[in-house]
Design a protein around this ligand. Structure first.
Ligand code: KIV
Ligand code: ZN
Length: 405
């Protein structure tokens, strides 16, 4: 469950060269995440988030889309020059100028990747690209070849893969692997797939494409139906060995697969997946907080793993359980994701046990039964009127004040 146990996980039972030793985390917070309205970051903010992602131990940082703007080019360049550890990647359409911009921006990276994509579904071919099936294959192959001329590590994405005809998808994938792509990403661009679709398509493509064993397969799921993490995990079950994700789940529309959720799902259910990431889980919370502070968007209170309520307990029965043994209501230890400790929150659902514990901690000594009876009755009356009971409220209650009750 912690990062210490992750390296001892046995090799997974999957076929081909994709049978890797770990699930690679390809973090796209700074590219797809930043594309969400209201989430733009400046050069220094992106640099700080990238340094934090390196500490978190992600395998690949997609730092931006250099051809999109001068600012994006500069950020990718800065990150390539200053961030060590992860592979630094930039996105490019199948256009020479885009690919050359990534090659230039990432030139000083310790390790780098060029990520080339093109829409493959009928609706993208017909209504966006206005290209025939053959023309899309030709552009994809030309794009991968140009990227390979600059760099050995080339990823290719079939945009809108889950609405692409399976036979055609296999044709594109085979052609780009032949042209030199080393990672094949099958994105659910519009968040339309359900886990069974994902398992089926990955199994089909990986099973039918003759040169599939020469590439690592990758998943990239959007969250329009709230299924991005479930779909990414289904892809891992089917043999994908790279998950593309963004911290706090930020991204276009309803967002991307959340980095912290996929890492902790694999770690917490190691019994099920038998393959792990190499992330340092204790850096999850600091990274989430940094991103929230630079973007100005706090995460929802009940967000899995990093929300304020993720390790907080208000209900009396839960509090009594957690005080005796945290595992009664917690499947992860807060410190394993970098949260200092769980919180017993006092409110109208709290019980006498939790109230007594907090009161005694503040007072520094135990109360008599009568004192506790009176203070607890006053606490319940106050909690009916006030959403959050602070430590100073509790202090006043145990000093005998009735807070207007
Ligand atoms: O959602 C998507 O298809 C993308 C690609 C560019 C990988 O973000
Ligand atoms: Zn995307």
């Amino acid at each position: 469950m912690t990062e210490h146990s992750q390296d001892q996980t046995p090799e997974p039972e999957v076929g081909g060269a994709t049978a890797g030793d770990h699930v690679r985390i390809f973090d796209t917070t700074l590219r797809d995440g930043e594309q969400a309205p209201g989430f733009s970051m400046d050069n220094d903010q992106k640099r700080r988030v990238a340094l934090s992602l390196a500490e978190l131990g992600v395998d690949v940082i997609e730092a931006g889309f250099p051809a999109a703007s001068r600012g994006d080019f500069r950020s990718v360049k800065t990150i390539a020059e200053e961030v060590r550890g992860p592979v630094i990647c930039g996105l490019a359409r199948c256009r020479d100028a885009d690919i050359d911009a990534v090659a230039e921006a990432t030139a000083k990276a310790e390790r780098r990747r060029i990520h080339v994509f093109i829409g493959t579904s009928p609706i993208h071919r017909r209504d966006k690209l206005e290209m025939t099936e053959d023309a899309v294959v030709e552009a994809a192959v030309a794009g991968v070849r140009r990227a390979r001329a600059a760099c050995d590590d080339v990823e290719f994405s079939c945009e809108d893969a889950f609405r692409t005809e399976p036979d055609y998808l296999c044709r594109v994938v085979e052609a780009v692997i032949e042209a030199g792509a080393t990672t094949i990403n099958l994105p659910d661009t519009v968040g339309y797939a359900v886990p069974d679709d994902v398992r089926r398509i990955f199994a089909q493509v990986m099973g039918r494409v003759p040169n599939a064993d020469r590439a690592v397969f990758s998943t990239h799921c959007h969250n329009d139906l709230g299924l991005a993490v479930a779909n990414s995990l289904a892809a891992v079950e089917a043999g994908a060995r790279q998950v593309e994700c963004a911290v706090n789940g930020i991204g276009e529309r309803a967002g991307n697969c959340a980095t912290e959720e996929v890492i902790m799902a694999l770690a917490t259910r190691a019994d099920h997946f038998a393959i792990q990431t190499r992330a340092n889980t204790r850096k999850i919370y600091p990274t989430s907080r940094l991103l929230a502070s630079v973007t100005g968007h706090t995460v929802q209170r009940n967000k899995a793993i990093v929300g304020e309520n993720a390790f907080a307990h208000e209900a009396g029965i839960h509090q009594a359980g957690v005080i005796k043994n945290a595992e009664t209501y917690e499947i992860m230890r807060p410190e394993d994701v970098g949260v200092p400790r769980n919180q017993i929150v006092l409110g109208k659902h709290s019980g006498r046990h939790a109230f007594a514990q907090r009161a005694e901690m503040l007072l520094g000594h135990a109360m008599t039964r009568e004192e506790l009876d009176r203070a607890f009755a006053n606490f319940k009356a106050l909690a009916d009127r006030k959403k959050v009971i602070t430590d100073s409220d509790v202090e006043s209650l145990v000093m005998g004040h009735e807070m207007g009750a």
